[in-house]
Design a binder for this molecule. Structure first.
Ligand SMILES: C[S@@+](CC[C@H](N)C(=O)[O-])C[C@H]1O[C@@H](n2cnc3c(N)ncnc32)[C@H](O)[C@@H]1O
Length: 331
């Protein structure tokens, strides 16, 4: 595992201070396009009493234990769209050129299709290695009881579950695709996790989460799918408390030349084949391979994180750069 320290100083700031209470995070919708909260009929919010908001009128959600309330100041969240323009990734979907306005819908349809077999495919495709990467991510996070995690593109809740298993306080999982959230919510309920996770359908570019409300922000294998990476990073900065930590686990650029060629062959032949046989969706797994190739390399992503205001940016390569964890602070 390689660690590249890009921070100007060798000493990280002190530990993230636990929030005085498990307050806040999911705030008012910014509009219907944010697909903010599923109502009870969508069975996505896991606590009946949590009163997760269902629309703009429900700007302030209730339930002190739910970690989903927000103060009035949170009710008007400002999206980054005014200030941050989208990068080139807005115009491609895998190797295909697309209208930026269409990209989120295309991504959503991929994950709607693969949701039922998503967890199985992850294990098959990576030979289980994604579990080691995620375990390493959780080691880096060092969950603590007072910490509220926002797991963006949280899908079926892998990171949420590991964070809680390791002593984290509470989690808001926010994902663009309702089917992924449903699979995760159902699995969490089956495992008896009734109260610690709040499930929200929303976009990383317009998080339905209050300013400065979370201790830790994670995005695992999600950032390469968003329409505007810089907007998502700006949102991460906005929702983190000062002193909060940012972590991105994502496929990255292989740093061993011989391996890169092998990995390419695997990605463009074996993955689509597995997708066809197991998930019955070859195109979705071709998109996976293409989106990995399109994603910025380690240094480029680090620079974009800094441009978004995140501080002390570092990254670690995993499995020779097949994946990398970028970490940073909001100071
Ligand atoms: C490859 S899955 C990763 C799921 C989970 N984090 C994991 O590590 O297993 C990518 C997830 O990103 C979500 N996603 C894609 N674009 C998104 C966006 N703009 N905002 C929020 N979630 C998004 C998808 O719905 C999907 O669940």
């Amino acid at each position: 595992m390689t660690e590249i320290d890009r921070s100007p100083s060798c000493c990280p700031p002190g530990p993230v201070s636990p929030p005085p209470e498990q307050e806040a995070a999911v705030a008012a919708a910014r509009g219907p396009e944010a697909a903010v909260f599923c109502g009870p009929e969508a069975a996505v919010s896991r606590r009946p009493e949590a009163a997760v908001s269902r629309g703009p009128e429900a700007a302030v959600s209730r339930g002190p234990e739910a970690a989903v309330s927000c103060g009035p100041e949170a009710a008007v969240s400002r999206g980054p769209e005014a200030a941050v323009s989208r990068g080139p990734e807005a115009q491609w979907f895998g190797f295909r050129a697309v209208d930026p306005a269409a990209k989120a819908g295309l991504v959503r349809s991929v994950f709607e299709s693969v949701a039922p077999s998503y967890d199985l495919m992850n294990d098959l495709m990576s030979g289980g290695i994604h579990r080691l990467w995620k375990a390493w991510l959780i080691d880096m996070i060092e969950p603590a009881p007072g910490h509220l995690l926002l797991d963006v593109a949280g899908g079926t809740g892998d990171i949420a579950e590991r964070f809680l298993d390791r002593g984290g306080g509470g989690v808001v999982v926010c994902d663009l695709t309702e089917s992924m959230v449903r699979v995760g919510r159902d699995r969490a309920l089956d495992r008896g996790r009734l109260t610690e996770v709040t499930w929200v359908v929303g976009d990383a570019e317009r998080l339905p989460v209050a300013d400065r409300s979370v201790d830790v922000y994670t995005i695992a294998f999600g950032l390469r799918n968003v329409t505007g990476i810089d907007r998502a990073l700006a949102e991460a900065w906005r929702v983190l408390k000062p002193g909060g930590r940012f972590f991105c686990l994502e496929f990255s650029k292989v740093v061993v030349p011989g391996l890169a060629a092998l990995y390419d062959r695997y990605s463009f032949s074996v993955l689509p084949w597995m997708g066809r046989v197991v998930a019955r969706d070859e195109a979705a797994y071709r998109y996976l391979a293409e989106s990995i190739r399109r994603f910025p390399d380690q240094e480029t992503l680090a620079r974009r994180m800094e441009a978004a205001g995140l501080a002390r940016v570092r990254y670690q390569n995993l499995s020779a750069g097949i994946a990398a964890i970028h970490s940073a602070w909001r100071l």
